[in-house]
Design a protein around this ligand. Structure first.
Ligand code: ARG
Length: 575
């Protein structure tokens, strides 16, 4: 359930009845302090100001028009005109009961939008590196939240699979094949790309062939296309392996690379020109944007077609936005990429809108993120200064987790141990990224992410197993609890309220593309459960209280598990 939404709607209606405009907002938020209630409505002052009336008097009018019987215990006007909302404890208990008995933890608001999520998006014939890690992990977390709430998600892996470098790559693949290179040699993409480039730079004959292949590939030559497809295939097989290890939901079917849009580009550029948006400048076609200034303070020029006829990254993104609206019939399109691409995205979309390819109602969102830094505060690199390959990073995570788990719990069976190591290693890498506000750079620190204390994956996973062990140790089946949830103690009530705020956290993730909100929620939930568990004995309590507390514990475990699952992080029953 979404308490914030329920309260917002009711209060909004009361505000309208009290004279406010139709589009008024109640601005209901969770309260920071218990004396201000469970929630507070902050929209009264703004609305009163617009109406030119006294805010406290307006607040009273709103209360006169507000019927929250059964939902709230008490409503209070506070300070200059806040409304403090104290929820009815019985209502909380009933809803907690329902959440426990429902399949999706009481999620009530079913969202029905079609959302394209452009994420991961590595480049062909290049190994995925840590820079693609953030996009992959954060994007997948948001995808899961969107789907959980009922939206139709179209995953768009905007793979860099087109461009002039493919002539060189095809020529080199040909050379390798002629020399009967092994799969092994081909699978080292980083080395492959480097060698191709070396040949291109040093061997004139090779370079000539490469340039010839670009032209042939672009005109649909069969041989070049087959070779190109091979390159894409080799890359994507490796990426798929990374996705699996990362517990990321992308499949081969989700690839919608740059090449998909290539055939659409000539018509788009011609149309931009016909509309007078693109103009010729020294042989290239350029769109001048008033909204962006260059260093001389003049409108910035964005090239959509080069002098030699080639198209650009921007042209492709214009086509992609159009396609997502027109062909995929999406309501929203989200792109997860580096902050350094922000200006590029904004420009591509501004041109898309100016050209009238999408209506205002279609939401184009760049969910940008900062860099991953090493402990020294500089961009994350290998010891020798190279880019860190994703696969190597995950290998190291597993190695470190193995040591950690062997120390923590030497009694696990080999099979149990493997599952725990896998969950902790991958979970730690993902969670350390997901738990930070994505817009800032963050420091990649093994010791922090593998710590059992603080807002980390091991802490969260351990919190889950601890609750589950209450049941397993006592031989109680959590699906066979009886009686009603009782919230007589303050700690019980606090826990129930937090549990009922799960949907609010997931809704924010889906709306803002910010998985750290869910991490923070789960971390707080685990903390609230701990203080409940300390203050409220479970197994020694009277039977009806014991059953009730077991129910709260069970709902907490379910919520932690579901929440971590939405982040793409596995839980284990024992660790
Ligand atoms: N392939 C790009 C890169 O490696 C990211 C693509 C992001 N998506 C987009 N529609 N531009 O930087």
């Amino acid at each position: 359930m979404n308490i914030q939404h329920i309260l917002s709607e009711k209060i909004k209606q009361a505000m309208i009845a009290a004279g406010a405009e139709q589009n008024v907002e109640a601005l209901v938020r969770q309260s920071g302090k218990p004396q201000f209630g469970d929630y507070q409505a902050n929209g009264i002052m703004g609305a009163a100001k617009k109406l030119g009336c006294n805010p406290r008097e307006f607040a009273q009018k709103v209360l006169d028009n507000l019927n929250l019987d059964g939902i709230v215990e008490k409503l209070e006007i506070a300070g200059p005109g806040f409304i403090n909302i104290f929820l009815n404890t019985e209502w909380l208990a009933n809803n907690a009961e329902q959440a426990l008995n429902s399949e999706k933890l009481g999620i009530q608001l079913s969202q029905t939008q079609t959302v394209v999520v452009d994420y991961s998006s590595p480049n062909v014939a290049k190994e995925m590196h840590v820079g693609h890690l953030r996009s992959t992990i954060i994007g997948d977390g948001v995808v899961r939240a969107l789907e959980f709430l009922g939206n139709k998600v179209i995953r768009a892996n905007h793979v860099g699979d087109w461009g002039t470098q493919f002539g060189m790559l095809i020529a080199y693949l040909e050379k390798m094949e002629n020399e009967h290179a092994s799969e092994m040699e081909l699978s080292d993409l980083e080395a492959f790309y480097r060698a191709a480039k070396e040949h291109y730079d040093s061997d004139a004959e090779f370079a000539e062939k490469a340039r010839n292949y670009v032209v042939k590939l672009q005109s649909g030559d069969e041989y070049c296309r087959t070779m190109w497809q091979k390159l894409v295939k080799i890359t994507m097989v490796q990426n798929q392996h990374n996705y699996q290890r990362l517990n990321v939901t992308l499949t081969e079917n989700d690839v919608m690379g740059e090449s998909l849009y290539n055939p659409m580009l000539p018509a788009i550029v011609a149309d931009l020109q016909a509309q007078g948006l693109a103009v010729e400048d020294e042989g290239a076609l350029v769109v001048y944007l008033d909204e962006f200034k260059n260093k001389d303070g003049d409108p910035m020029g964005v090239i959509v077609q080069k002098k030699d006829g080639g198209f650009l990254y921007t042209t492709t993104d214009i086509a992609a936005a159009k396609y997502r609206y027109e062909t995929l019939k999406a309501d929203r399109a989200l792109v997860f990429s580096d902050t350094r691409q922000s200006q590029h995205m904004q420009q591509a979309w501004l041109i898309t809108r100016k050209a009238g390819y999408v209506p205002d109602s279609f939401s184009l969102e760049h969910h940008n993120f900062g860099m991953m830094l090493g402990k020294d505060g500089k961009p994350f690199k290998t010891r020798t200064g190279g880019t860190v390959k994703l696969a190597d990073l995950l290998d190291e995570a597993v190695e470190r987790a193995e040591k950690l788990i062997a120390e923590k719990n030497p009694n696990l069976t080999a099979c149990e141990k493997q599952a725990v190591v896998e969950a902790v290693a991958i979970g730690a890498v993902k969670y350390s990224d997901l738990s930070k506000n994505r817009t800032t750079d963050y420091v990649f620190d093994w010791d922090n992410m593998l710590s059992f204390e603080g807002n980390t994956a091991p802490y969260m996973q351990y919190a889950y197993t601890r609750i589950r062990s209450i049941f397993s140790k006592a031989g109680i089946d959590p699906t066979q609890l009886s009686g009603k949830i009782l919230l007589n103690e303050e700690k019980e009530r606090t826990l129930a309220l937090k549990l009922l705020q799960f949907e609010e956290a997931v809704t924010t993730v889906a709306k803002e593309g910010t998985p750290h909100v869910l991490c923070q929620y789960l971390y707080e939930l685990a903390g609230i459960f701990s203080s409940f568990y300390e203050a409220c004995p479970i197994l020694n309590a009277e039977e009806n209280i014991k059953q009730s507390r077991l129910k709260l514990a069970s709902l907490t475990a379910d919520t932690l598990k579901q929440g971590l699952d939405l982040l793409g992080i596995k839980t284990v029953e024992k660790m």
